[in-house]
Design a protein around this ligand. Structure first.
Ligand SMILES: Cc1cc2nc3c(=O)[nH]c(=O)nc-3n(C[C@H](O)[C@H](O)[C@H](O)COP(=O)(O)OP(=O)(O)OC[C@H]3O[C@@H](n4cnc5c(N)ncnc54)[C@H](O)[C@@H]3O)c2cc1C
Length: 427
């Protein structure tokens, strides 16, 4: 019987795995891609605001979140070897030079073009793509694996690559079944949490500010201790804070461990010493006779932002003349502008998350193939693993790279051996 490789999930990782398996496998091998949506690559179309930020020139482990830094380093080294950008180039996808943040986009700046090329390669390499096809169960048999679909059909395979994603963006077809399946198969998983996501804070702290964008430094603090600072744009929403700087920090909100109070400190004047800023603010008031709080910050920061900081510093009403402020007041205002605190932080939820923190422990897979240790022929790739990248193309780089490695390895066709039986099903 012809060897059969089944790929579960038609996202970035699954499509790359399917093409890589089909182009590497000996003639006669069947490769089938199963996707529960009506089409493959739905999420890919939404990436990079429709432009598909598919990699980053500044790749290193510091841009990724995982509970296992050692295994992460080995996995990323293997993904580098897989060279997803080189693979794209060899298949005719041109990319632009990296932008100032190292982000790499296709030359056409169109996610749809990336997907169309991938669809073309699926067809050329003879991958059978089955959509509207929800996987419900994976069972290890004496020889190979059986995958059962919603509706009852069962498919036999010699190798299975699980690329079912995580829980982020359920509107694109992902509901956490990938890590859940792995857990049922007896694998160790890290608790899932929404990553690259806006954060809620206490509503009164952002009242009246929705829609305003500011530039500055956002620092995440745990019990007052700074964990990381991100420079960039912060956007106020009705419920809290968004923008790339805040979304990057959300990756650090891994659940578990000892409870700590988390805050965001926003510095609207990065690089300014508080004392020097206070002196400059006081001198500025002298040049604006008669100005009140309502007008004082015009020309420094957005007016509504300025007033919110003024009030958060306890400096009184909008009508208070700036000339009334004394030395200690100016110091308080300078502190407010450089260390504006937001408390009660919570990720807003999976719908707005761009990726999944947590997932299958990286120590469960062999980095050179993403095959499950001790279980030949079974692979886990992409977002389903405990590796979440920062904003900037790191997640797609990971998804494509892990998919390529598993696809190429599965194509080499090591016969499945008897190991601990693995079974998982959708509840
Ligand atoms: C709005 C948005 C923008 C983003 N922009 C970027 C960006 O510009 N750059 C970047 O690097 N990253 C970006 N990301 C993150 C990136 O898209 C993902 O990390 C990456 O696509 C993960 O690929 P994956 O194949 O592992 O999982 P997914 O792309 O989630 O694919 C998993 C697939 O499995 C299917 N599936 C799930 N369960 C079943 C089942 N039971 N049966 C059959 N099929 C199933 C799903 O429908 C889905 O198609 C963005 C994410 C979002 C939500």
């Amino acid at each position: 019987m012809a060897r059969h490789i089944l790929i579960l999930g038609g996202g970035a990782a699954g499509i790359a795995a399917a093409v890589a398996a089909a182009e590497t496998a000996p003639a006669g091998t069947r490769v089938t891609l199963l996707e529960r949506n009506a089409r493959v690559g739905k999420k890919l179309l939404a990436t990079g605001n429709g432009r598909c930020n598919l990699s980053n020139a500044h790749r290193d482990a510091g841009w990724y979140f995982s509970a296992d830094r050692k295994a992460l380093a080995a996995c990323l080294a293997a993904v580098e070897q897989a060279d997803p950008l080189g693979w794209f180039a060899a298949h005719g996808l041109w990319c632009r030079e990296p932008d100032e943040a190292g982000r790499i986009y296709p030359y056409s700046n169109q996610a749809a073009d990336v997907l169309n090329l991938l669809l073309d390669w699926l067809e050329r390499t003879g991958v059978e793509v089955r959509t509207d096809c929800a996987v419900q169960e994976l069972r290890q048999q004496r020889e190979g694996y059986t995958v059962r679909l919603a509706g009852g059909e069962s498919l036999r395979a010699d190798a299975v690559i699980c690329a079912l994603g995580g829980s982020a963006g359920p509107q694109f077809g992902t509901d956490g079944f990938g890590p859940e399946l792995a857990r049922q198969c007896g694998l160790r998983t890290e608790p899932l949490y929404p990553c690259l996501v806006p954060l809620q804070c206490e509503k009164k702290q952002v009242q009246g500010l929705a829609g305003i964008r500011v530039k500055g430094d956002a620092t995440l603090l745990a019990d007052g201790r700074p964990l990381r600072t991100e420079r960039g744009e912060v956007q106020f929403t009705e419920y809290g804070l968004s923008g790339i700087a805040v979304m990057q920090l959300s990756g650090l909100l891994r659940p578990g461990g000892k409870p700590v109070e988390r805050q965001i400190s926003l510095n609207l004047f990065p690089g300014e010493e508080t004392d020097a800023l206070a002196a400059r603010l006081a001198a500025r008031a002298k040049a604006l006779p008669g100005v009140t709080a309502a007008g004082y910050t015009t020309g420094l920061v957005n007016r509504r932002v300025g007033l919110a900081v003024w009030k958060a510093c306890g400096l009184g009403a909008d009508t208070r003349p700036a000339a009334e402020l004394r030395g200690e007041d100016w110091l308080r205002l300078a502190r407010g502008l450089t260390d504006w605190r937001f408390t009660g932080l919570q990720p807003v939820g999976w719908n707005q998350a761009q990726t999944t923190g947590g997932g299958i422990a990286l120590s469960e897979v062999e980095p050179e193939s993403f095959g499950l240790r001790g279980c030949p022929g079974l692979y886990f790739v992409g977002e389903t693993l405990d590796c979440a990248g920062s904003c900037g193309g790191y997640n797609l780089h990971w998804a494509f790279g892990t998919g390529l490695l598993a696809g190429r390895h599965a194509a080499q066709g090591q016969p499945p051996q008897r190991a601990k039986p693995r079974t998982g099903r959708k509840k």
